[in-house]
Design a protein around this ligand. Structure first.
Ligand code: AMP
Length: 216
């Protein structure tokens, strides 16, 4: 465990309140390493599995940075795009982020297959601070012009190795081409095969590399 407290990692008091409300006392190793790097504006390459606390490792600094730039998103735009391989993981990430952001005005939306696309389209109309999505349904909604990605400032690829295993590489490249180059990107993967190294070369600029072993 890290010696530093969440406050010492540089998070805003509003975010620290959320952290203590969920009962986290000490940052996990991936949080201790990722949070300061992300708050400093770096891209991040995280080699870490689920269970290490990686959702908060990217979620807390994201919420902090979105609060610093207090403007509401314009209609149909997205400020933060988080891509994950499965509906279950998307729901889990969004659930965590909604808890962290509960006392803030930030809006978290979900886009996944197997649920009403019309309802998702409707929810995107007002603009979204944080969108958590599976790649396929996101592309369907882009085809419908339900949203635009030209205002994305933060891009997260979670469980990138699993996304490649599920055949999402083409979708990821297409989505990344619609996101501005001037963005901060975070890529998390449980393993680091050459395909992921190539992907991170393509999507990340000079990333901070953070690696933690699986939880016991
Ligand atoms: P994750 O790897 O993001 O799926 O998180 C795994 C579990 O650890 C979740 O149930 C979190 O609520 C919990 N967790 C994350 N960070 C901390 C922390 N710093 N202290 C205690 N529990 C945590």
């Amino acid at each position: 465990m890290s010696e530093l407290s969440f406050a010492e990692l540089g998070l805003d008091p509003a975010v620290l309140e959320a952290v203590s409300a969920v009962g986290y006392e000490t940052p996990s190793p991936i949080q201790a390493q990722s949070i300061p790097a992300l708050l400093a504006g770096n891209h991040l390459l995280g080699v870490a599995q689920t269970g290490t606390g990686k959702t908060a490792a990217f979620g807390l600094p994201l919420i902090d940075m979105l609060l610093q730039n207090g403007r509401k998103p314009d209609p149909k735009t997205v400020k933060t795009l988080i891509l994950a391989p499965t509906r279950e993981l998307v729901n889990q990430i969004a659930e965590n982020l909604r808890i962290f952001a509960r006392k803030t005005p930030l809006k978290v939306n979900i886009v996944v297959g197997g649920a009403s696309i019309n309802r998702q389209q409707h929810q995107l109309a007002a603009g979204t601070d944080i969108l958590v999505a599976t790649p396929g349904r996101l592309l369907d909604l882009l085809d419908r012009r339900a949203l635009r990605l030209d205002a994305v400032r933060f891009l997260v690829l979670d469980e990138a190795d699993q996304m490649l295993d599920l055949g999402f590489i083409h979708d990821l490249k297409k989505i990344a081409s619609l996101v501005p180059d001037a963005r901060q990107t975070m890529l998390f993967s449980a393993t680091m095969p050459k395909t992921i190294a190539d992907l991170s070369q393509r999507f990340l600029t000079n990333p901070e590399r953070v690696e933690v072993s699986p939880p016991g």
